[in-house]
Design a protein around this ligand. Structure first.
Ligand code: ADP
Ligand code: ZN
Ligand code: ZN
Length: 850
């Protein structure tokens, strides 16, 4: 009987779906071939048993040969089939769980299945160009000592030039002792025709020549050194030394880095039987070359112990993937809980994936994990070369690592025995593949949802951790979907016990809100309030450090009254209006209505109503004005272009090479700096008035995270938040470290407007270079969607279509971007089966509306 397979072929398929009358696929979508866009082939007899789901194979496709991923084996095919050509790789490239997950992703995010599959493969694996880009094993020469080090060193004495001097010296060392030898005897023994070689040795002071008697002057060790030098073999010595002290074979490049060795020298050593050269597969590991201090688990605080006991009982003692939301303030010791969970997972023979928002910003985190689990940790991130990524992928698949740390894409690591998934800082927007990002992305997945699915498929424990959980996750915890764990107190991290006593908890830093309207009224026109400038001065005097934070997103986009804090909003949508330079008008990005720029504040009639925000450079200048001697370090997108510069800047600041760090979003993350005692938020309102219903949530998260950078040691610390809207609930809640208060208030707002997590959204974004075409296509699609909702009989079922309207960041790299929002209980159901032309991006559950 012929065996058939269904395979995903690696061809760019038009981003559309065959019209589909059938109901949307069931939860797994496993039987919906149409949505999967697979092709049928049959297996030639010799491959019948070898090919399984997950295999990468070569198939005929039209006139071409292409690679394809096998999705399943079947007994029949609906069409006449061709045979597959051969296996591309002996091992499957996807596990069964991964295939299931890919199907779920394609279905949930209304994305082509082939694109979902691609998420799991190292970049370039499917393409021929991939080979050139280093997506293949790298072979390299490895050097091992062929004999024990002592013997190896002795053999060196026979390498290099053979001269009269070397023969004479070697003979003396072998026969010498202190007894003199007759010159004639030595000459005969060493086949010397004249005594000149002996005289030369005497000149060097190695031997004494008296009355035609020759005596060795140097001790054995020094004589040996001279001999090696005379033979020109001393250059080999470091090679032996480095190999001997390494104790294991070394790669050629490692040896080159540590010694002056050349390939010719290595060949010479090989001929002398000193070393062996062997070509082996060299596995590129991003963590190699770094050494991590092995650390021990500390005794848990009482809060940690209670939390760990619950994780253990509900997650490990009981079977099968419980999910947790660990809500702990910054510095409450959440990472320690993750480390315990990993230890427990490894002890059970299983493996862990740890997601961090942005790995380049969190080298400290990697250090902590690598130090606790030496040699079992690897990292995945975008700065790795294609070759490194390929090797990490292979290493993981072959079980060489048990812990993978990385950004959202680390979820797709081919762990054979996954048992734990951790998402640190789960509220971070980087967990969602952004639809605004430049690139050929087609699957805008949310790592939180994918992680939950993966945990369910693999029976893994799942831990979301955050000081400011996303509303989605907190709601899931309230409804019992995730188990809520709370750690409201901060661990005294740097127990520099001045009095010799141990302190378990530290206070969260006090937060002062400064009303910037008052500052204006008092005649202070500086960017710094009186309070912030005097605190900056005190911090300098105490030789401590300060962080000045600026929210970049939102600078110069909205219009605010400096006297009363009023912000212009759309009358219809109640979202802040955005200034558009081209038209000189204010625009609503939800409904596209335009408004004139007001000459005076409609509330208090002040003329001081204008754009808001200043860049980091301006802040740096302002610091120089009040503290000319302060050393200021700027950290923003401009200053961190180069690879590794995050780490450099962070290290410089940690080493107290600067007094004040001025930066944007980035500094909110993961820094643990004991000398920082002051954090100033220069303009807390920036970001609060973006036309995105999540702007309050984002601003609350940012303010809380930034505030968490102060007072990490016993020096204590303080936070100053400058605001024109000091009474705003976001500012108030952040100042009081009051998550619960914020959550209640924000959920009320979401409920009133039917925003997520109450209802779900989909966002369709169209990219096009010609503005008129962009608008027309957006209008066409909106009309199609409206009639589709009607045709499906869903009109009035809590479904709203908003737009089309230009996106907030309307122009981007020469493209105009228009968007349509679909608000519905299940927006993907409306979009599945829709013909979606090239240029559209479908973003299900978008986390940004900008
Ligand atoms: P979070 O991840 O919640 O921000 P961390 O795990 O980074 O918190 O902990 C904050 C600081 O407290 C770190 O310096 C960490 O080493 C320290 N710490 C955490 N737990 C303990 C513990 N049980 N004993 C001693 N120090 C701890
Ligand atoms: Zn006003
Ligand atoms: Zn509007």
């Amino acid at each position: 009987m012929t065996i058939y397979i269904e395979a995903v072929v690696n061809v760019p398929i038009r981003r559309s779906f065959r019209p589909q009358v059938a109901p949307p696929p069931d939860e797994t979508g496993a039987d919906d071939t149409a949505a999967l866009q697979t092709f049928h082939y049959h297996l030639p007899p010799d491959l019948e048993s070898a090919v399984v789901p997950g295999h990468l194979v070569w198939v005929p496709f039209g006139a071409q040969e292409l690679q394809a991923v096998v999705v399943r084996r079947t007994d029949a095919a609906p069409v006449a089939t061709k045979a597959i050509l051969r296996l591309a790789r002996p091992e499957p490239v996807l596990t069964t769980h991964q295939l299931d997950l890919a199907i779920w992703i394609a279905d949930t995010y209304v994305a082509p299945f082939s694109e979902a599959v691609r998420l799991f493969l190292p970049p370039g694996l499917l393409t021929k160009q991939g080979e050139k880009a280093g997506v293949r094993v790298r072979r390299e020469v490895r050097i091992a000592l062929a004999v024990p080090p002592v013997q190896a060193r002795d053999r060196l004495l026979f390498l290099g030039r053979d001269t009269g001097q070397t023969r004479a010296l070697a003979w003396l060392m072998a026969h010498g002792g202190d007894e003199p030898v007759a010159q004639a005897e030595l000459m005969a023994a060493c086949n010397l025709r004249s005594p000149s070689a002996i005289q030369a040795l005497a000149k060097r002071g190695v031997v004494a020549l008296e009355n035609r008697q020759v005596r060795l002057l140097a001790d054995q060790a020094s004589a040996r050194d001279v001999l090696l030098m005379l033979r020109g073999a001393d250059k080999y010595e470091p090679v032996i030394d480095v190999l001997a002290s390494a104790g294991t074979p070394l790669w050629k490049h490692e040896l080159y880095a540590a010694t002056p060795a050349t390939l010719a020298m290595l060949r010479e050593l090989e001929r002398a039987g000193v070393v062996e050269l062997r070509e082996e597969i060299f596995e590129r590991n991003p963590l190699s070359g770094r050494t991590y201090l092995t650390t021990q688990a500390p005794v848990l605080t009482s809060e940690q112990a209670a939390v760990w006991a619950r994780v253990y009982q509900a997650g490990y003692a009981a079977d099968g993937g419980q999910g947790f939301l660990l809500h702990g303030v910054t510095g409450s010791g959440k990472t320690e809980i993750y480390l315990r969970a990993i230890a427990e997972t490894l002890a059970r023979g299983r493996q862990a994936i740890v997601l961090v928002p942005e790995i380049a910003l969190t080298p400290q985190t990697v250090t902590r994990f690598a130090g606790r689990f030496p040699d079992r940790v690897t990292v995945i991130h975008s700065e790795l070369s294609a070759g490194e990524r390929y090797d990490v992928w292979r290493g993981i698949r072959d079980g060489r690592y048990d812990v993978v740390i990385g950004p959202r894409s680390a979820l797709f690591a081919p762990m054979p025995r996954l048992g734990l998934i951790v998402l640190d800082e789960e509220h971070e927007s980087t967990y969602k593949q952004s639809a605004e990002e430049w690139g050929s992305y087609k699957v805008f997945y949310d790592a939180r949802a994918v992680a939950q699915r993966l945990a369910a498929l693999t029976g893994s424990v799942l831990i979301f951790g955050s000081a400011t959980p996303s509303l989605e996750s907190y709601l899931a915890a309230e409804s019992g979907e995730l188990l809520l764990l709370e750690m409201p107190r901060r661990v005294m991290g740097h127990r520099v016990t001045a009095a010799g006593e141990e302190v378990e908890y530290a206070e969260l830093p006090p937060v002062e809100i400064v009303d910037m309207r008052q500052e204006l009224r008092a005649g202070n026109r500086s960017i710094f309030s009186r309070s912030l400038s005097s605190q900056l001065m005190l911090t300098m005097e105490a030789h401590e450090q300060a962080i000045l934070f600026l929210n970049r997103r939102g600078t110069n986009t909205f219009i605010m009254c400096r006297d009363c804090g009023h912000v212009e909003e759309c009358k219809r949508c109640e979202v802040p209006l955005t200034y558009h330079e081209a038209s000189g008008r204010l625009l609503c990005h939800h409904c596209d209505r335009a408004y004139p720029v007001p000459a005076e504040c409609p509330v208090c009639h002040s003329k001081r109503i204008r754009f808001f925000g200043a860049g980091t450079e301006r802040i740096e200048e302002a610091v120089k004005e009040i503290l000319p001697q302060a050393r200021v370090l700027r950290w923003d997108a401009d200053t961190t272009g180069r690879k590794g510069s995050h780490e450099t800047i962070m290290a410089a600041f940690a080493a107290h090479e600067a007094d004040i760090l001025v930066g944007t979003q980035m500094i909110a993350k993961g820094l643990d700096l004991p000398m920082v005692t002051l954090v100033g938020v220069v303009a807390a309102d920036v970001g609060l008035f973006l036309p995105d219903f999540r702007s309050s949530e984002r601003t609350f998260q940012l303010l809380t995270q930034v505030a968490g950078r102060a007072g990490r040691s016993q020096r204590g610390g303080r936070v100053i938040i400058q605001s024109y809207r000091p009474d705003h609930y976001v500012i108030q809640a952040a100042a009081l470290h009051d998550y619960a208060g914020f959550y209640a208030r924000e959920m009320q707002f979401r409920r009133e407007h039917g925003y997520p997590p109450i209802r779900r959204l989909a966002r369709l974004i169209f990219w096009e270079k010609r503005p008129d075409v962009a608008r027309r296509e957006a209008e066409r699609m909106a009309a199609v969607l409206r009639s589709r909702v009607d045709a499906m009989g869903l009109a009035g079922e809590g479904i709203t279509l908003l737009g089309p309207a230009p996106a907030f960041f309307e122009r981007y790299r020469g493209y105009y971007r228009w968007q349509i929002l679909v608000r519905a209980p299940e927006p993907a159901a409306i979009l599945r089966g829709l013909d979606i032309p090239f240029g559209w991006r479908v973003d299900i559950d978008p986390t940004s509306m900008l």
